[in-house]
Structures are given as structure tokens and as C-alpha cells.
Design a protein around this ligand. Structure first.
Ligand SMILES: Cc1ncc(COP(=O)(O)O)c(C=O)c1O
Length: 387
């Protein structure tokens, strides 16, 4: 039904069924025009392009993101090339002159996890990671840990990258201790899994980007900064000077809006592409709820048909799923060893089916460019393979 929106990427891979779209989506055709528009605007505005980007493009993209999240303050979104930059900038808002206590999970993406592991080596960071499994008790265990503070930073994904499990992050944010920065990694949720953003918009930071379900490619990540925030991250760039500064004495001044979290010169072509995809979804009448319902339908079909096939490997006992209604857009099977998993990834690839893996976990991602017949082709390939 939506395949026509992706005609160029699909045509470039006529023999591939791309079931790794949780990792990186195919880009809709409109992103090509957006990329060319970026070039044309650079040619037209030359040195004045920055004021054009900040006065026109940034507010347009902020508005589209806010519409999709149902956020009340579009101006509270700030952009950077990747989420890691925001992770580090958030860390740099904390008081490094004392011990910094961080509460997180054992399932955060490497942009955060690797960074905190390294910071812990400095000696004044204490990082507590709550295991996400068993999922059934995760929220309860995480809530308990939150109450055993004090914490400087609480960092948690909405949808976990290594399982697809979606936790009730809005509920957790509401009950988080007031002294802690509460940060949601929304990368696997943005434009995929509905979130009650209005409930938490005064409280929580939210970081996400365009490369996955927003489908605009790399280089366009954003951070939502709650409006009352008055931080002075020490990792700061000159874009933070583009707004009115509030400085005391000889202090470095910081804006009071989201630009307090801004960095420096970046390639805005990602923003052009992100705007194009979000406008496309709007024109197609595709809300987050609509996209989610479409994907859930194909996921249910996949699970139903797998059940019927009674496959020795791809069955419920290896599926990491807690509840289909609290789940992201990829289904994860834990196959017990990295070797077995890689063999399956390769075998599926030999049949033209692109998946991906993390250690012993194989992930099937579902997107708008899949139809029921594609799902059935995957089932047929799985059952025809003998591993
Ligand atoms: C949960 C999550 N957060 C963040 C990222 C991306 O991080 P970065 O923008 O730092 O490359 C990914 C990418 O796969 C992810 O899965």
C-alpha cells in the first residue's frame, strides 16, 4: 500500500526483502528532492544560508516533530548530527566536582553505554544499570531503584534496541525523583510507538533522530529540552550564542531556550530530508498511531504464521517479547549463540532477506514498505532453510 513512496530504494534492491528497517529505513523518494533542494538553497543563499536555516527550516521541522509527538513547545527542540553529542552535553550539565550518580538500564544503546562505561573509569561516576529482563518486572524494579537515590541523571530508552520491549517511560518519568535529570532515548520509539508526551513535557528530556522510523537518514538528531530548564553544559558550541544570552558577571552566557543545548556547525541536509518525510506522512494521513497499527498488523501475521509452521528455531520460546502491545517495530529472537545467529543472518541473506543481529539476538524489522506477501515470503524462506 505504501510501497510506491519508496520506489527508488526498492528499485535499487529488486531482489531484497529489507527486514532491517529498525536499524536503518529505506528512504522515501521525497528525500531525494529534499537533498537537491538543500544544494539549491546553499547555492542561492551562500553565506546567508545559516540565517535561512535557523529562521525558516528549523522552526518548520520543530513544528512537524512537535505535531507528531503532540508536544506543546516546538521551540524546545534543538538539533545535532547524532544523539551521542546530546548524551555528552547532558552529562556536561551535571556537577563534575562531586560524585555523579547515574541510574540506567543494561540495554541502552552504545552512544550512551560506552560513554558512561568510560566515564566510570574517572572515579567520580557511579553508574547503576537495571537489567531489562525479566520484562514483566522491569518497571517495578526500575521504580524501586529510582526511589533509592539520590540520582543526578536517569537515562532510559522508550523502546530497547536489543529486545524491542517498550516500557511505560511516561509513567516512570512522572514518578522520577525531582533532583534527577530524566532523559528518554526515544530513537526506537519516535515515529513508531505512541508515547504520551504531553504528560511528561515539563519534566523529561527526549532524544531521538531521523535515521530510523522517521526515515530521513543520518545527521538529523534532536533533543527536547523542558521549558523551565536553565542549564550551563560545559560541552557547548557557538550555536548556543544564536539566541539571547543570560549571563552573570564574567560567566559564559547561555540562552534560556532549547539552544542552551546547541553545538556547532552541522550539515543541515539531514533536516531537509527529515522535513520531507514528516511532510509526506502528514500528506498521506499517516500518524504515529497509524504507522504503528500498520506494522503491528504485519507483526501479528508473522507470529501467527510462524506458530503454524512450528519451526524448531523461530518459535515463541526464542522470541523476546513481553506483550505485543508494549513492543517496538522489530521482533527479536534470542538464538542462544552469536555463531548460530550469524549463520541464520547469512542464510536468510542468501534468500534475499536482510535482517540484522546483536550478539545472539536476531532482529526482524517491519516497516511501511512491507505487505502481507512479503511477510509470507520471509516465513517461506525460514521454513525452507535447514540450519
Ligand atoms: C536506542 C538508540 N539510540 C541512539 C542511537 C543512535 O546513536 P547516535 O546518534 O549517537 O549514533 C541508536 C542507533 O542505532 C539507537 O538504537
Amino acid at each position: 500500500m505504501y510501497k510506491k513512496l519508496y520506489s527508488r530504494f526498492l528499485a535499487a534492491h529488486p531482489h531484497e526483502l529489507h527486514f532491517a528497517c529498525h536499524s536503518h529505513h529505506y528512504w522515501p523518494d521525497v528525500t531525494r528532492d529534499a537533498q537537491i533542494q538543500y544544494w539549491d538553497d546553499c547555492c542561492k543563499y551562500v553565506d546567508d544560508k545559516w540565517s535561512y536555516f535557523f529562521s525558516q527550516k528549523v522552526p518548520q521541522v520543530q513544528k512537524l516533530i512537535a505535531e507528531n509527538l503532540r508536544a506543546s513547545y516546538p521551540e524546545q527542540f534543538v538539533f545535532a548530527q547524532n544523539t551521542h553529542e546530546f548524551v555528552m552535553r547532558l552529562m556536561s550539565s551535571l556537577n563534575w566536582q562531586k560524585t555523579i550518580r547515574i541510574l540506567t538500564t543494561d540495554s541502552e544503546f552504545y552512544s550512551f553505554d560506552r560513554q558512561v562505561n568510560r566515564l566510570e573509569e574517572l572515579g567520580n561516576f557511579e553508574v547503576v544499570k537495571i537489567p531489562t529482563q525479566p520484562f514483566a518486572t522491569f518497571e517495578q524494579r526500575f521504580s524501586k531503584a529510582m526511589s533509592e537515590g539520590p540520582w543526578d541523571l536517569i537515562f532510559i530508552s522508550h523502546v530497547f534496541f536489543n529486545s524491542g520491549y517498550a516500557c511505560d517511560v511516561a509513567k516512570l518519568a512522572q514518578t522520577a525523583p525531582a533532583e534527577a535529570l530524566f532523559v528518554i532515548d526515544g530513537y526506537h520509539g519516535f515515529m513508531a510507538v505512541p508515547l504520551n508526551f504531553p504528560l511528561i513535557e515539563e519534566r523529561a528530556f527526549y532524544v531521538a533522530g531521523s535515521y530510523k522510523y522517521a526515515q530521513g537518514g543520518e545527521g538529523a538528531c534532536f533533543l527536547y529540552v523542558p521549558p523551565a530548564t536553565r542549564h550551563r553544559p560545559f560541552y557547548t558550541g557557538w550555536f548556543a550564542e544564536l539566541s539571547k544570552l543570560s549571563a552573570v558577571g564574567k560567566q559564559v552566557g547561555y540562552p534560556v531556550d532549547a539552544l542552551q543545548y546547541a553545538g556547532s556547525t552541522m550539515d543541515f541536509s539531514g533536516l531537509y530530508r527529515l522535513q520531507a518525510t514528516l511532510e509526506l506522512f502528514k500528506n498521506e494521513g499517516l500518524s504515529v498511531q497509524g504507522i504503528h497499527a500498520f506494522v503491528q498488523q504485519n507483526q501479528s501475521l508473522f507470529l501467527r504464521e510462524l506458530d503454524q509452521a512450528q519451526h524448531a528455531t523461530f518459535n515463541k520460546s526464542h522470541l523476546l517479547i513481553h506483550d505485543v502491545n508494549h513492543h517496538g517495530h522489530f521482533l527479536t529472537f534470542d538464538l542462544g549463540s552469536t555463531e548460530i545467529t550469524q549463520n541464520w543472518v547469512k542464510a536468510l541473506a542468501s534468500k534475499g532477506i536482510k535482517t540484522d543481529s546483536r550478539g545472539s539476538k536476531l532482529r526482524f524489522g517491519f516497516g511501511l514498505y512491507h505487505e502481507a506477501e512479503d511477510v509470507r515470503k520471509v516465513i517461506a524462506a525460514i521454513t525452507s532453510l535447514n540450519i
